[in-house]
Structures are given as structure tokens and as C-alpha cells.
Ligand binder design. Sequence first.
Ligand code: SF4
Length: 341
Amino acid sequence: MNFNESPHIITWELTRACQLHCRHCRARAIPRRDFRELNLSQVQAVLDDIAQMHPRPMVIFTGGDPLERDDLPAIIKAAVSRNIRTAIAPSVTPLLTPEVVRAWKDLGVSAVSLSLDGATQAVHDRFRGVLGTFARSIEIAHAITDNGLALQINTSVSPFTIQDMPKMGRLVQMLKARSWELFFVIPTGRARAAESLDAESIENALNWLKDYAKTVSFRVTSVGAPQFARVLGRPLDSAPTIREAQGFAFISHYGDVYPSGYLPISAGSLKQQPFSEIYRNSELFCTLRDSTNFEGRCGVCDYHEICGGSRARAYAVTGNYLAQDPGCPALDEDEDVMQPV
Ligand code: SF4
């Protein structure tokens, strides 16, 4: 992939409306739809532009809750008919039923991701703020795989959920998920610093994940912790990790383009410029793709090209998106091991 030309994944927040009350919500979801949302014809025009990018990105429609939009089936059709690989990341509310999942399959959706933050109702429902969400998520997970759709389980890793990870792994296996993505909570949106792990805990979790990933058949990935590349010992000449603005972009419900949903700095508006132009040429995206711009340890570290640190965490903690990632421990050069800051 040439990440200067085209992202691998675009996450598109179709709406900020959602009926859940998740304690760490990136979107600061609201109960009703925002009048600034892109309408169907604006969405179709953006999809026309995305479809001519090469390689063609995958689009994940998310929210808020994308099911809050009654034109979601038309939006899915518009993406699929342009040969764009399409996934949905819904909220688990009464709007999400096995019948809806079946309809997505018929429309040509490739994958659905569900959030499960703990292996029990007690952990998950506390985190999501609505009782019964855990049981409904399990029911929907079965509907996804029963319909032949790829299931991805997303898990927020925070001080409230970290103890549950081994049990969560077993649940992911039981649900026959194709992949398990661990989101290391970044203190942005509704998430506060107390919901985010410190550098030492992130390092320990990634080391556990490295060993755990060898024992399972599904794919294990991390978001908000690109230093997983270092922990895995990936060769320094391997392909760069997908991170903010590099292989990844986020479209907000009102059509602004961001390097990530967790890095709230807009690179431009789709109401004024095509997506491809913003992704390829905006100053913000170009700066973030050039790892020689990174400061502190992330500027001198051997892994600055293939990792580069979480720019979103750097911004959330220091206010400078080029600063060293505060979630990565310092390298002790004498011992050649990573030490907690
Ligand atoms: S210091 Fe920065 S670039 Fe190096 S491994 Fe840590 S986060 Fe990645």
C-alpha cells in the first residue's frame, strides 16, 4: 500500500446520535441527530471520490450509532455499488436486531464489528452505561457469524477492563470472531485520564497480547498503541504501522476529515474539498505521515518509521500532536530494555 496516495481504512461517523451512554465515548454521543450531518447525496458524492482512489480504501460506517440514520441501507448500497468494501460498527441498542444483520448481509456488507469491553455483564454494562447491552451483544454476535459475515470484536482497554482481558480472549474465540481489536483508551471525548492506562501498564498489556496472539486463530490488533510493532519485534524495514493520517482517516458526521477519531484536529471539510485531496495534500496529513517531524523519543527511536507513537495520545496528554507518545516507556540504553517512564 502507498499510504501517501490512499488510506487502507476510512472510519466514517455518519451521525453522532446514539442511545448508549458509554463512559469513554470518543464521539460524546448525543440523543438526537445533528442538522449538520452530510445528507445522502453529499455522502454519495464523497463515495464517488473514494471509489476512484487507488488502492481503494475500505469504509467502516460508525457513529454514534449508524442505525440512527434511516437512510443507512441507501448509504450501504451506494458504497457497495461503487465496489467499496463496506463494514458497519453499530451500537448495540434495540435498533440492532438479527433481521437488520441479515439485511446488511443481503446488501453486501463484508464485516460487522461489535464492542465488548468485558467478558461479563457486570464489566461490560458498567462501561457502556446501559443494562442488558452485554446479553444483546452476544445474541447479535451469533447473528453476524450465522449470516456468514466477518465478526470483529472491539475491546476498550482501560484500568476498568484490563483484568478481564484473558477471559475476553476466550469469549472472542467462543464467538468465532475473525479478529479482536484492542483499543487502548485515549483521554479524549468523554474519556478522562483515569480511563487511560499508563505507559508501564500499556507495555505489560502489549507483552501479554504478543504471547496470547500466538495461541489463537483469530487476528489480534491494537489501536492507540502502535508500539505493538516494537513489542512484536517487527523488522525495522517492515511496512509502517497504520496510524493517524497514515493509512487511516476519519470523517465526522458534518463532513470534516480528521487523522483519527481520537485526534480532534480537522484537516478540511468535505463540503469544500474532495476527500482524496485532503488525505493526500493537507498540511496536517502530510506532516503526520513524515515521522521525521516527531519529537522527543519518537523522533530518535529506531521504530519511529514503523511505529511513530500514537499522535492522538501525544495530543490528548500534551496538546502537541508531534510530541513523544506518553504511552510508551523510555528506552534504557545501557540495558537495552524498555523501562517505565
Ligand atoms: S518511542 Fe515512539 S516511535 Fe519508539 S516505540 Fe515508543 S511510541 Fe514507537
